[in-house]
Ligand binder design. Structure first.
Ligand SMILES: O=C(O)c1ccccc1NCC(=O)[C@H](O)[C@H](O)COP(=O)(O)O
Length: 199
């Protein structure tokens, strides 16, 4: 099970996620209480080992903005939230980085990974980063084909059941490993990794 811990903003967050065995760490470079600027993201990325994917998270900013921020931060993957057309992914393909399409599960019903040229699909709650669960069992009968991440309201207590219900390739969490909005808890990060990896 691939596990991404999102919304990291301190060196301690990064150290906790890496030590606990995260496969990817996310840095929010769009409007959010978890936002970090590309310069801070670059400093945090420098402490992440090569085998852990570093991901910059955006909403619907223009491709030029995304390209500049990604290059300044030095991340190795890009996550776009919202309702992007296939052209948005094509426009960023010259970065040569994995592109993650993050969208509300309700809007992406019947979608498969790669439909819009993405390398990884992330099915989320309607409001990203809000910690709101949705009915993952809806996907039970027809989960997306290909590599896809389940997100939205996951936490150490529910991630095992969510994985059993939806059979994702990986999971992504932010609020569920925080003590309050934007403040990560190393113990929750460790508990989430343990629960997801043993599911
Ligand atoms: O985290 C944010 O504040 C955020 C803001 C704007 C776009 C995306 C954002 N987060 C993206 C994530 O990958 C979250 O981990 C994902 O939506 C799940 O969040 P949560 O329900 O809080 O676990």
């Amino acid at each position: 099970m691939f596990v991404k811990i999102c919304g990291l903003s301190t060196a301690a967050d990064v150290a906790a996620a890496v030590a606990a065995g995260a496969d990817a760490v996310g840095f929010v470079l769009t409007e959010s209480p978890r936002r970090v600027d590309p310069g801070l993201a670059r400093d945090l990325v420098a402490a992440v080992p090569e085998n852990v994917l570093t991901v910059a998270v955006f909403r619907e900013e223009p491709a030029e903005y995304v390209r500049a921020a990604v290059q300044a931060a030095g991340v190795r993957a890009v996550q776009l939230h919202g309702n992007h057309p296939a052209a948005a992914f094509a426009e960023l393909s010259d970065l040569g980085l994995p592109l993650i399409r993050a969208t509300s599960a309700a809007k992406a019903a019947g979608a498969d990974c790669g439909d819009l040229g993405e390398d990884l699909l992330l099915l989320d709650a309607p409001v990203p980063g809000a910690g709101e669960p949705w009915d993952w069992t809806e996907l039970g009968a027809k989960p997306p084909a290909g590599k896809w991440l389940l997100a939205g309201g996951l936490n150490p207590a529910n991630v095992g059941a969510a994985i059993a219900a939806a059979s994702p390739w990986g999971v992504d969490v932010s609020s569920g490993v925080e003590v309050r909005r934007g403040v990560k808890d190393p113990a929750l990060i460790t508990a989430f990794l343990r629960a997801a990896k043993s599911a």
